[in-house]
Design a protein around this ligand. Structure first.
Ligand SMILES: NC(=O)c1ccc[n+]([C@@H]2O[C@H](COP(=O)([O-])OP(=O)(O)OC[C@H]3O[C@@H](n4cnc5c(N)ncnc54)[C@H](O)[C@@H]3O)[C@@H](O)[C@H]2O)c1
Length: 268
């Protein structure tokens, strides 16, 4: 009988997150919403950014129903003026900014081989992931320096660490860029109590994955040593730890959480 590692739901470590103010981009659903719930459950106050204002409002209502102090700051995470305006508004509403989770992103469909990739598709992907990560990080660092504390966690992906699945070079390149940004930034900010890390999950059960065919989902599950996809709460647990006061010496890291798969097997 197979007994793969199971998801653990209880936890007892003090993460030192009470009253910390956390921004989660793309926080209205999926992994971002799970991050908001997990950080909020540890006492953090939550600023959700999302392009989808309605979904953001629904997420905030759900967080508040759990007793979490949360607010939605809707807007395009890739737009320079919007990001500046939203970070100012968040600092005004909460009085400080301690944590940034660079989570906003878009799916890999439609996929293109490099020689067929429209420039628009390339730019859209790079902007949604890499440009947004740069803009939000740049805007929050002065607030974190003022606190003498900060945590920046950015979403990479197995689509990059696994060597890149054919058809998604724009996504893999964007995630590779996020790692380069993270590692360099981590050296620039550490002297003010700030860490910057990245995580690379394998396939996580969210709406981003819902676009895959049942055959593809079966293949993904079958090819993973753990025999299933990752749950958003598992990503949120890692992010919560990386954002905690316990994780002060983890800096400039890329942490893979892909069930041990590590690479793309062929056959899809
Ligand atoms: N689901 C996976 O298998 C998986 C695996 C590895 C990495 N990731 C990464 O994790 C992150 C979240 O993925 P998810 O599966 O939860 O996705 P999702 O599609 O469920 O949620 C993404 C959220 O980001 C928002 N968003 C998109 N563009 C935006 C923009 N320009 N400004 C503001 N908000 C924007 C969307 O409205 C949505 O609410 C992404 O960066 C993704 O690349 C996902």
């Amino acid at each position: 009988m197979r007994r793969p590692p199971r998801r653990q739901k209880d936890k007892k470590v003090d993460f030192g997150l009470k009253e910390k103010v956390a921004i989660i981009t793309g926080g209205a659903r999926g992994i971002g919403y799970a991050d908001a719930s997990a950080l909020g459950a540890e006492g953090a106050r939550i600023a959700i950014n999302d392009l989808d204002a309605e979904a953001g409002a629904t997420a905030v209502a759900a967080l508040r129903a759990k007793g979490i102090d949360a607010e939605c700051f809707a807007g395009d995470a890739t737009d320079e003026a919007t990001v500046k305006r939203l970070v100012d508004a968040i600092a005004l509403r909460f009085g400080r900014v301690d944590i940034l989770v660079n989570n906003a992103g878009i799916g890999v469909k439609p996929a293109y081989k490099v020689e067929e990739m429209p420039v628009e598709a390339w730019d859209k992907m790079i902007n949604a992931h890499m440009r947004s990560t740069f803009l939000w990080s740049r805007a929050v660092i002065p607030h974190m320096r003022a606190n003498g504390f900060g945590r920046i966690v950015s979403m990479c992906s197995m689509n990059f660490t696994g060597g890149g699945r054919p058809g998604v070079s724009h996504y893999a390149a964007a995630k590779a860029g996020i790692l380069g940004l993270t590692q360099t930034m981590s050296k620039e900010v550490a002297d003010d109590g700030i860490t910057a890390n990245a995580i690379a999950p394998g396939y996580v059960e969210t709406e981003l994955i819902a676009q895959f065919s049942p055959e593809m989902r079966n293949l993904i599950t079958k090819q993973n040593p753990v025999g299933r996809m990752c749950h958003p709460d598992e990503v949120a647990a890692l992010i919560t730890f990386l954002c905690s006061t316990q994780a002060a010496f983890i800096n400039g890291e890329l942490i893979c959480m892909d069930g041990g798969r590590r690479d793309f097997y062929w056959g899809n």
